[in-house]
Design a binder for this molecule. Structure first.
Ligand SMILES: Cc1ncc(C[n+]2csc(CCOP(=O)(O)OP(=O)(O)O)c2C)c(N)n1
Ligand SMILES: [Mg+2]
Length: 694
């Protein structure tokens, strides 16, 4: 078959093969040109991705964010050239951050020529915020499949709330492709276990069973019976023995769509580097360019012109247009008409869908937020949070979430009438039960956020470490995921150093784009939620206390609305003009206030700055920041029950930081406060020392 000169009209079978080989050769050429990348897996999986996209997927390349589209997740993100080739050949259109189509293709042939180069829309791994048509960022193995479970949960929840008889507004499916690496990662096991428990029959994972990873054959480290493992999780397990058999692949995908009550796992036996005479089935095919000579030999094996590069033969784009293009356009226009009549019958629900898609909030969403009266005994951050969550979940219908088995401790359970549990058959429930699976919980929250649902996941702050890779991806993807972490410091005293966070705060503050907030009393908790709920393209972490914190009298001290500026002057000496500044977050804010009162009584002019969020403060104008931390006032003390690392930025090289330089210990909180110096007298003494008055 000649690829360049098409004399006679080609048969469908020939066009299928030509399309598959175009994906393969674009991938090979791009990796070769970049002298970097992963050619072998695209060569093997081109038939799979072709079949999913051109025969099955309900996706309209003209509108890649159409809400009822099927989702496609490439969890083995190193095979990104599969996605770039496919997005290019389907002529998928680009959209901007305001959800508008901008009138040019998402991935051009020039982008593919510039694979892995600066600015190219064909980067090394799929990046959600960067390339339209990418449903989630992948590359860290296992994240994609775990995120796909969140997408499947979202579809079930959306269908329950919005579908009406005759109006299947949300009836899409989620397809995820993964390799050996994804299935070795713990996060995939957590997610698969939960998906099986929930019976998510809208979810299909295809496993590229090629027996190869980077170091060599999987016999080195991965010899379990994967099929039996997924059967045990409660999945429907299918096998396709030949990755080049398009009809068998299509058949398996249709079995998936007919399977009710459980997710589907398709094991696809493939050969990495398929078609390459010397790289077929080798680990070298995974991550090395083939080399010029092998490229030619491989093209010859495909019946491809050996010298042609980045060739898209005549008929291929048209073939995709007639397949996924036509099917997607028809499905979208049918859906648009359906939504129009749905809107007449259910205007309120339709407007919810509109708002959700644009990441807006319903009018009056924060109208019922509580205001906490001054109270010296106070209330725990987690308890204030529980009250706020219950208000928000009622005023924002599409706000839901849950904990990794710590609901009663995190106080994240939604207890209002009708909140319900999300389980198989009760898909409208708003309490998610993640089980003790923090890592997949965070990825699932990302999957929900990608589906435009507002979602939170909760656990003890110390276990944020178990969720960190997915939190990092939420920031990289610019998603408004929300993570609620309680037991923020040594408040759980007796549990000891295994449960006492030290380096977690600074490590989360180091993630670009993530907003970390550690509110200092109940009203700061309210303001923290008010702030984070309005974020549309940033994730947030709330760090909340286990123990009661005094609710400050906002008649005496500044209003908690200052939280929205990251840091604010909570208390000043009479007439202002401070000589020393005390900075604190969370439980240490009331400690700083106590120290401040002592200092005032001794005639020392101290200021207290409540600083719940470094990231938000850094976004303020220089003028505002200087008004809170006047550069002339060099005497400064920061107090925080966490690693001291980073506080020099705010106290300067001559300032003092009262924080943690070791792990904590198992003891009642009072004893720990004494041992580690979190006492008003110690803070006051440090302030005096700063002033040379000691
Ligand atoms: C969490 C994580 N660990 C390690 C890597 C580095 N890495 C990228 S691909 C790969 C091997 C993957 O093997 P497999 O999934 O079987 O892919 P195949 O080579 O078969 O396509 C590794 C270790 C990664 N991307 N993510
Ligand atoms: Mg493999």
């Amino acid at each position: 078959m000649s690829a360049t000169h098409v004399a006679e009209p080609m048969t469908e079978t020939q066009l299928d093969q030509l399309s598959v080989d175009t994906i393969r050769t674009l991938s090979i050429d791009a990796v070769q040109q970049a002298k970097s990348g992963h050619p072998g897996t695209p060569m093997a999986l081109a038939p799979l991705v072709y079949t999913i996209w051109n025969r099955v997927l309900r996706f309209d390349p003209a509108d890649p964010i159409w809400p009822n589209r099927d989702r496609f997740v490439l969890s083995n993100g190193h095979a990104s050239m599969l996605l770039w080739s496919t997005l290019h050949l389907t002529e998928t259109q680009a959209v901007n951050a305001d959800y508008e189509r901008v009138g040019h293709p998402s991935v051009s042939l020039e982008d593919i020529r510039r694979f892995r180069q600066l600015g190219s829309k064909a980067p090394g791994h799929p990046e959600y915020h960067w390339v339209s048509g990418v449903e989630t960022t992948t590359g860290p193995l296992g994240q994609g499949v775990a995120t796909s479970v969140g997408m499947a949960i979202a579809q079930k929840w959306l269908a329950d709330r919005y579908n009406r008889p005759g109006f299947p507004i949300f009836d899409y499916n989620i397809y995820a492709v993964c390799g050996d690496g994804c299935l070795m990662e713990g996060i995939a096991s957590e997610a698969a276990s939960l998906a099986g428990h929930l019976g998510l029959d809208n979810l299909c994972w295809v496993y590229d069973n090629n027996h190869i990873t980077i170091e060599g054959p999987t016999s080195l480290a991965f010899t379990e019976d994967v099929a039996t493992r997924f059967l045990a999780y409660g999945w429907n397990v299918l096998r396709v023995g030949d990755a080049n058999d398009l009809d068998r692949i299509e058949q398996a995908l249709s079995v998936f769509r007919m399977t009710k009550g459980r997710p589907t796992f398709i094991i696809l036996d493939s050969h990495i580097g398929y078609g390459s005479p010397h790289r077929h089935d080798t680990a070298a095919a995974h991550g090395e360019p083939l080399g010029d000579k092998e490229v030619r030999l491989t093209k010859r094996a495909y019946g491809w012109p050996e010298e042609a590069q980045f060739l898209v033969p005549e008929g291929v784009r048209e073939h995709f247009a007639a397949g996924v293009g036509a099917r997607g356009a028809a499905a979208r226009s049918k859906w648009t008409a359906l939504l129009a009549s749905y809107r007449t019958a259910n205007p309120d629900l339709a407007s919810e869908i509109d708002q959700m898609q644009r990441r807006e909030l319903p009018a009056g969403w924060d109208g019922n937020l509580p205001v906490f009266p001054a109270d010296a005994k106070g209330i725990a951050g987690r308890d204030a949070s529980g009250k706020v969550l219950n208000v928000l979940a009622q005023s924002i219908p599409w706000f839901l979430g849950g904990s990794a088995d710590l609901g009663p401790s995190n106080k994240t359970t939604l207890t209002y009438e009708g909140a319900g549990d999300f389980q198989a058959g009760t898909w409208g429930g708003k309490n998610l039960h993640f089980g003790i699976r923090e890592h997949s919980m965070a990825a699932i929250v990302n999957g929900l956020a990608l589906s435009k649902v507002r979602a939170f996941g909760a656990t003890f702050f110390i276990f944020s470490d178990y969720a960190r890779p997915a939190i990092r991806l939420s920031a990289l993807m610019e998603l408004p995921s929300l993570f609620v972490f309680t037991h923020d410091a040594m408040g759980d005293g007796e549990d000891g150093p295994t449960h006492q966070p030290i380096e977690q705060l600074v490590s989360l503050r180091a993630i670009p784009g993530l907003v970390t907030l550690r509110p200092g009393d109940a009203n700061e908790v309210v303001e923290a939620y008010r702030y984070v709920m309005q974020l549309r393209h940033q994730p947030a972490v709330l760090v909340l206390s286990r123990q009661p914190l005094p609710t400050l009298d906002r008649g005496t001290y500044a209003p908690a609305a200052g939280v929205a500026r990251g840091a604010y002057v909570l208390a000043d000496p009479p007439g202002g003009n401070p000589e020393v500044i005390l900075l604190a977050s969370g439980s240490e804010v009331s400690l700083a206030v106590e120290a401040h009162e002592k200092l005032l009584a001794e005639g020392i002019r101290s200021r207290v700055v409540s600083m719940p969020s470094w990231e938000i403060f850094e976004q303020q104008t220089q003028e505002y920041r200087d008004s809170v931390l006047p550069p002339t006032v060099k005497a400064r003390v920061a107090v925080e029950q966490a690693s001291t690392l980073g506080w020099e930025r705010y106290v300067g090289s001559s300032g003092h930081v009262i924080g943690m330089r070791t792990f904590g210990a198992s003891a009642p909180l009072k004893a720990l406060q004494e041992k580690f110096g979190f006492e008003p007298d110690r803070v006051a003494a440090a302030a005096k020392e700063q002033l040379g008055k000691r």
